[in-house]
Design a protein around this ligand. Structure first.
Ligand code: FE
Ligand code: CA
Length: 539
């Protein structure tokens, strides 16, 4: 117990003053009674329980951490005693929440603690930005509210800026349609305890849940989820439904997450201020603001990302010593509308139009600046839709997606040619969205001879698309028409990456079925990329 080492002056405003901390710590000890890491065994209420904690454990939605920096991580929870009821069974008033972070699983060496409030305006979510931590260090954290103690999570800070780093392990996940099956991939990755997990979007889906097709018990579905979500209350309910999943909770407890939204956190294939199909744009902006607010409330991200109405500065950078620089992109909020009615189509004057963009001008400059100034060995773009053309032949024509970068050819060329001009080494794109594993060579164009300038690793979905198969019709069609695609698979799972100075090693873990909880995954393939050459080796 190193209470004196806590740098209180660096803590957030609402942290307890040093003088009150010891008393508060004694209260935790009274609650937890020295029983380590097994909060389910603890008494549900202390003798001095907060009156608002009079009924039910409020930690039903789990805990999470995220956005690791060398000296900081965000600790997250959201209180809900009855998570499937509107408002989560919480009072329309602030609820005090204590937090503590320790260097050991048993919480014998607590390095910092504090107190904050879960307020109804933020859906009773809590985002604690703990500062003053040590770099490249594992920590353990938990919350307390009234007499209830949350499960404990493990997190890890990033290495010191610029420090020499030998190895980084990180998972890449996306697309967890609750209706389509169980999150066994998340349970599996939780057991791997990577340094960090990148969630590249479609954390929730906005669609109405249909009793005829849902593969989970309908008793778990909140009333609002029988319709498409459009209001802040709807979005909050949907996150609650997903957050109740035990495998998702386990994944969050296992490692810090870096989260990006894609389309379904708002609406399928939205583009900037333009909804999917012809709804009122004014109503869509209100909806986008609600969706962004709920995303911020439910993700382990900093207060700085709190949306300002319909605007959310989500794109941001993470450094892991001198080994990797990750630029997390937002290719939804600033993009030009999809052309060709957003249907797969041949590339044409519209997809090539240099006035169109998938990043927006400001983010494009930010991406290129990040590539130009990077001292990292690996330069990673972590984002939503594929940069590579995943072409398929249809009726004799070479068709590509209008929603991915293939529908924004000039924008793509500006980023990839810009990366080459800036000599950004070892460029790798990691994406989700397509519900399949696809490994491709990155080129600034795929319709004439162009050099390979990087590698794209598209990771499959956690659940979206139901079970899938190793190679479906689309996989075969993509491989037939896209010679730059070197690996494909259409099952559910996740990507586990081990990055070092010699190579990038991507393991594709997949499941044969996600029809029930606990079904196993297996390692389908290992793809390696040697440092210094954008080559794809499939093993
Ligand atoms: Fe998806
Ligand atoms: Ca998507």
């Amino acid at each position: 117990m190193s209470e004196s080492s806590a740098p209180f002056e660096t803590l957030p405003d609402r942290t307890l003053r040093a003088g009150t901390t010891r008393r508060r710590f004694m209260t935790w000890m009274g609650v937890v009674g020295g029983v380590a890491f097994t909060p389910q065994l603890l008494p549900q209420r202390s003798a001095h329980a907060d009156p608002v904690a009079a009924s039910g454990n409020p930690f039903t939605l789990g805990v999470a951490s995220g956005d690791p920096l060398p000296d900081s991580v965000v600790l997250w929870t959201r209180l809900a005693r009855t998570p499937l009821q509107p408002g989560g069974g919480m009072p329309a008033a602030p609820v005090p929440v204590d937090w503590e972070i320790a260097s050991d699983r048993g919480f014998r060496t607590v390095v910092q603690r504090g107190s904050t409030a879960a307020v109804p305006e933020d859906g009773h979510s809590v985002h604690v930005d703990v500062r003053g931590l040590s770099p490249a260090t594992d920590y353990f954290y938990r919350f307390r509210s009234g007499g209830d103690v949350s499960p404990a999570g493990r997190t890890r800070t990033a290495p010191a800026a610029g420090s020499r780093l030998a190895e980084l392990t990180f998972a890449v996940i996306s697309c967890q349609a609750w209706t389509d099956g169980y999150f066994n991939a998340l349970g599996d990755l939780a057991r791997k305890s990577p340094d960090v997990v990148f969630h590249l979007g479609d954390y929730v889906y906005e669609y109405e849940i249909k009793p005829a097709t849902v593969r989970r018990p309908t008793t778990e579905v909140p009333q609002s989820a029988w319709a498409e979500m459009t209001t802040l209350a709807d979005y909050r309910d949907r996150y609650a439904l997903y957050k109740l999943d035990p495998d998702l909770q386990a994944a969050h407890r296992s490692a810090p997450f870096i989260c990006a939204y894609d389309d379904h956190e708002v609406e399928n294939n939205w583009a900037a201020g333009i909804p999917e199909k012809g709804q009122d744009p004014a109503a869509f902006i209100v909806r986008r603001a609600a969706a962004f607010k709920a995303w911020w409330e439910n993700m382990p991200v900093r207060a700085a990302l709190r949306p300002d109405g319909p605007d959310l500065r989500m794109y941001r950078r993470f450094e892991f010593g001198d080994l990797a620089r990750f630029s997390v992109l937002d290719t939804r909020q600033y993009r030009s509308d999809q052309v060709n009615n957003d249907k797969d189509a041949p590339q044409d004057a519209a997809t090539a139009d240099p006035a169109r963009t998938i990043t927006g001008g400001a983010q494009e400059s930010w991406i290129l600046d990040g590539l130009g100034t990077s001292g990292a060995l690996w330069n990673v773009l972590a984002h939503q839709t594929t940069i590579a053309d995943l072409a398929r032949n249809k009726g004799g024509a070479r068709n590509v997606s209008m929603d991915g970068w293939s529908g924004y050819e000039a924008s793509r060329a500006r980023i990839l040619d810009g990366a080459t001009r800036r000599r950004a080494g070892n460029l790798v794109s990691i994406v989700g969205d397509i519900h399949r594993n696809v490994v491709s060579e990155l080129k600034s164009t795929y319709t004439s001879d162009a050099p390979t300038v990087g590698v794209e690793l598209a990771g499959t979905s956690i659940a979206s698309g139901k079970d899938g198969q190793d190679s479906d019709d689309n996989d075969k069609a993509i491989k037939a028409a896209s010679p730059h695609v070197k690996f494909g698979n259409a099952q559910r799972g996740y990507m586990l990456n081990r990055l070092d100075r010699r190579e990038w090693r991507a393991e594709f873990h997949v499941a044969d079925s996600i029809a029930s909880r606990g079904l196993p995954l297996h390692r389908r393939a290992v793809v390696t990329i040697p440092s210094g050459r954008p080559e794809i080796h499939v093993g």
